[in-house]
Write a protein that binds this ligand. Structure first.
Ligand code: AOF
Ligand code: ZN
Length: 337
């Protein structure tokens, strides 16, 4: 199953809105005789990709991180080819949250021995975006931030280049690729003029005050949420957005993203937008550099509320700690998600 997950990850950024799936087939002596994965949206499913590499009767056990599909979608049901090729056992990581799929039932009816829930937590993490999309019909929201040991993301004058090392910033590019779009604010564009290379970019600019010559506009498909106008102009899709308390409604933005088929978004901005997004966030990537500004007027990486009692803090569950020397990356989830 570990191998299935590793294979599935080869297609990160390419399968949306579909899941990441990998498949391994062994013979009766447990030798791996074929592997496959879902390479790209619309192409063969992982199981078919692997099964097309063997003849009928050669495979004994098929391992796959997601329940095989039993429906006709863009491709025919995987259960049919599993049965045709004479597979005897199917080992599954997690059930498919897609209500159209009831693969286990079909396999069992064909007399195939089925085991489920193998490395289930890892498989669920691999497809956390797909699970949220299927079960809640909502876009998965991740935040990336980079801060000093004292939780600051810029000085009071806005200086922030660079808090983290090149190694950490190279990892950010890998993280970005997992998401359908990245999102930032007018303040970040005005302060840093970043390029933020990506297929799709979401920009929140209520008053349309960013310079159209800014680096960010030079590449990718742009969705510009603002309070003034709607319509397409070159690579920029203007989206007129309701405003609440002087700010773009994030509720509207995230609902609109789902309607636009943007299944996941990585928010990369200053503390104001990152802070406001926490309420909607499913996952946070938090880089920490071993530096201290020591200045309380420096900008915090999450800045959205005033509290008096420590019990009013938001609470999270840390999932992973990685090192990108000399920095670290903490990955965490809101409690309850
Ligand atoms: C994939 N790749 O390897 C597996 C999937 O429209 P279709 O035919 O591509 O079907 C998409 C559904 O198939 C998807 O929502 C999921 O429930 C199931 N399994 N999908 O794209 C795969 N095994
Ligand atoms: Zn399938």
């Amino acid at each position: 199953m570990e191998k299935c997950i590793e294979l599935a990850k080869k297609a990160e950024g390419l399968t949306s809105p579909n899941p990441l799936v990998g498949c391994v087939i062994t013979d009766e002596f447990d030798n791996v005789i074929a592997t496959g994965y879902h390479h790209k949206y619309g192409e063969n499913h992982a199981e078919r990709d692997a099964l097309l590499k063997i003849n009928k009767g050669e495979g004994d056990t098929l391992y796959v991180n997601l329940e095989p599909c039993s429906h006709f979608g863009k491709t025919p049901p995987c259960t049919d080819i599993i049965i045709e090729k004479g597979i005897k056992h199917v080992v599954i990581g997690m059930l498919d949250p897609n209500p159209a799929v009831s693969g286990i039932k079909k396999l069992k009816e064909a007399g195939i021995d089925v085991t489920t829930g193998v490395l289930e937590d890892e498989c669920k993490k691999l497809n956390e975006v797909f699970i949220k999309n299927m079960t809640q019909k909502k876009t998965f929201v991740a935040i990336k931030t980079a801060a000093t040991l004292d939780g600051k993301t810029a000085t009071s004058t806005g200086s922030s280049k660079w808090i983290t090392s090149e190694k950490a910033r190279a990892e950010v590019k890998i993280i970005r690729n997992r998401y359908d779009a990245i999102m930032t604010s007018s303040s970040t564009i005005i302060a840093d003029n970043p390029q933020m290379f990506h297929r799709k970019k979401i920009i929140l600019d209520r008053e349309l005050k960013t310079n159209p010559e800014s680096q960010i506009y030079k590449q990718g498909e742009i969705y510009l949420f603002n309070e003034k106008k709607d319509g397409l102009n070159g690579n920029i899709n203007f989206i007129k957005t309701p405003v609440k308390d002087g700010k773009i409604s994030l509720e509207f933005v995230f609902e609109k993203l789902y309607k636009l088929g943007i299944m996941s978004v990585l928010v990369e901005s200053g503390g104001k937008l990152s802070g406001r997004t926490l309420k909607y966030a499913d996952k946070i990537y938090h880089f920490i550099a071993p530096k201290i500004t020591g200045d309380n007027s420096s900008k915090s990486c999450f800045d959205f509320q005033k509290i008096t009692d420590i019990s009013q803090c938001l609470n999270f569950r840390i999932d992973g700690i990685q090192t990108f020397n000399p920095d670290i990356l903490l990955t965490y989830y809101p409690i309850g998600k």
